[in-house]
Design a protein around this ligand. Structure first.
Ligand code: AMP
Length: 463
């Protein structure tokens, strides 16, 4: 998963892009980059790790220009190599083009083979690079036709921003898997994966870029064009963005994420009610649904675990003690709250089950008498090909275990998952979501080669 930003017209576009990355840091912690254009030269800054920690003031100050795009990376294709840090930047016919992409393409292998046969040499092992090669080989015409023709060759998930000289161009695939929002700065526009980035920059939320829409922005001027649109039933907004990934203060897919999560919790309470001394969430991701659950059943809501925000790195050998330490340092249960109590513990989702098992063990060790776990989405049984980095199928605990077996593994007194129908019931655009990770039914043909490192072979490894 990744976060993307575009700034069309600001005297310090590079700095603004950096502030935008603050808002999108949760979408990718592996690496980040910013590319700016000052009317003559292009400036590039890329670093591994968190943008908020590793981008220094001096380097940001060198990012001259009034147009910028930026990216924060969580690899879903390609490894964690330095060469794979986005935005990808190339020069085509003496003009700079940069691209920052969120999502995964599903026809990567076919496009890659076609482009290589035609002479393309790839610098990275990311599907995103395909876009600049296609641009170079697609007939230039008017800008919007050029980009439309290129984008029409892609299949799968892409929310994407381009920098082409002074132009900032944003686009979303016709099914709309990943979010992309449009905001207004005093002068110029801003594009961002999530609207929470706008608040930090005092930008005004204008609207979401629509599925299949391409917005072409230069300075204060914006125009839009569309790839062939898909009917509502063909839309495939990623429901996991709402369940877990996006920030609760964002407005995406026509809704506020915080309110969606509370509604998921309320629906969960209707499907799996449990009388208890109180309801708590596993911080932070489980808190919102926990609140909705408690309010629906008129039960007290308590904070039973405290999150430590200063986790940092432990530069010590990964012994079992230290592995446990990492889990313990993040969340600490409050014995005085939990002792002797019957509790409902709400979590947004279970992926491998290992974290949940540890948390439950800690809550039990802090004295809870009965633990009833509730999950605000259905069991995750299938991998994602559109940009969420789930582990392989065999590592997904719900792939080959029943709910009862999962409850035994996690060691809870009862376990209840929200149904798919219940989950969709509380969404706006009920028919417009991709739920493939819960059903194995994919809204597009899925790729033949599903290896995240499929383009890695033969590439030099940068230490
Ligand atoms: P676990 O009990 O180990 O499955 O961990 C569950 C927690 O990890 C939940 O809060 C999940 O939402 C969160 N999580 C979210 N996305 C992922 C992912 N792609 N891989 C692993 N865990 C994830």
């Amino acid at each position: 998963m990744c976060g993307i930003i575009g700034i069309s017209h600001h005297k310090e576009a590079g700095k603004m892009a950096f502030l935008g990355l603050y808002g999108l840091q949760h979408r990718g912690e592996e690496a980040a980059g910013i590319v700016t254009y000052d009317g003559k030269d292009t400036h590039v800054l890329k670093r591994t790790g968190l943008a908020v920690d590793n981008f220094d003031e001096e380097s940001i100050a060198k990012l001259k220009g009034h147009a910028a795009i930026a990216h924060t990376r969580y690899s879903t294709t390609g490894g964690s190599n330095i060469k794979n840090i986005q935005p990808i930047f190339v020069t085509h016919r003496k003009k700079p083009i940069a691209v920052a992409h969120n999502g995964n393409l599903t026809n990567t292998e076919e496009l890659y083979a076609r482009l290589e046969a035609a002479g393309s040499i790839f610098q990275t092992s990311m599907d995103s690079e395909i876009m600049v090669h296609l641009l170079a080989r697609t007939t230039n015409g008017e800008l919007k036709e050029w980009f439309s023709r290129m984008l029409a060759q892609l299949k799968g998930a892409y929310s994407v921003v381009f920098l082409y000289e002074d132009y900032v161009i944003g686009a979303r695939d016709p099914q709309g898997f990943r979010p992309l929002c449009l905001g207004k700065l005093d002068e110029g526009y801003i594009l961002a994966s999530e609207s929470c980035a706008f608040d930090l920059m005092k930008a005004k939320f204008v609207r979401e870029v629509e599925p299949g829409e391409i917005v072409i922005i230069k300075g204060n001027h914006i125009e839009s064009t569309f790839l062939p649109k898909i009917q509502e039933e063909g839309r495939a907004f990623c429901v996991f963005e709402n369940v877990y990934f996006a920030r609760p203060d964002s407005h995406i897919f026509d809704d506020n994420v915080y309110q969606v999560r509370k509604r998921l919790g309320a629906q969960l309470a209707k499907e799996h009610p449990m009388q208890a001394d109180f309801v708590m969430g596993i911080p932070d991701s489980g808190n919102y649904a926990a609140l909705g659950y408690a309010q629906e059943l008129n039960l007290p809501f308590e904070i039973g675990m405290i999150r430590n925000h200063y986790i940092g790195r432990t530069f010590i050998q990964p012994t079992q003690f230290l592995r446990d330490f990492r889990v313990r340092v993040k969340l600490n249960p409050i014995r005085e709250v939990l002792e002797g109590k019957k509790v409902v513990v709400v979590e947004d989702s279970i992926v491998r089950g290992t974290t949940s098992r540890n948390r439950i063990q800690e809550i039990r060790a802090a004295g809870a008498k009965e633990i009833h776990m509730r999950i605000s989405c259905p069991p995750i049984v299938s991998p994602c090909f559109y940009g969420i980095d789930f582990p392989s199928t065999k590592e997904l605990i719900a792939h080959n275990k029943t709910v009862k077996e999962i409850a035994d593994y996690i060691k809870v007194d009862s376990l209840g998952y929200l149904s798919r129908e219940g989950m969709l019931e509380v969404m706006k655009n009920k028919n417009g979501f991709c739920t493939a990770c819960f059903t194995g039914k994919y809204p597009t043909p899925i790729p033949v080669n599903t290896d995240k490192l499929q383009l890695e072979k033969g590439h030099t490894v940068t230490p």
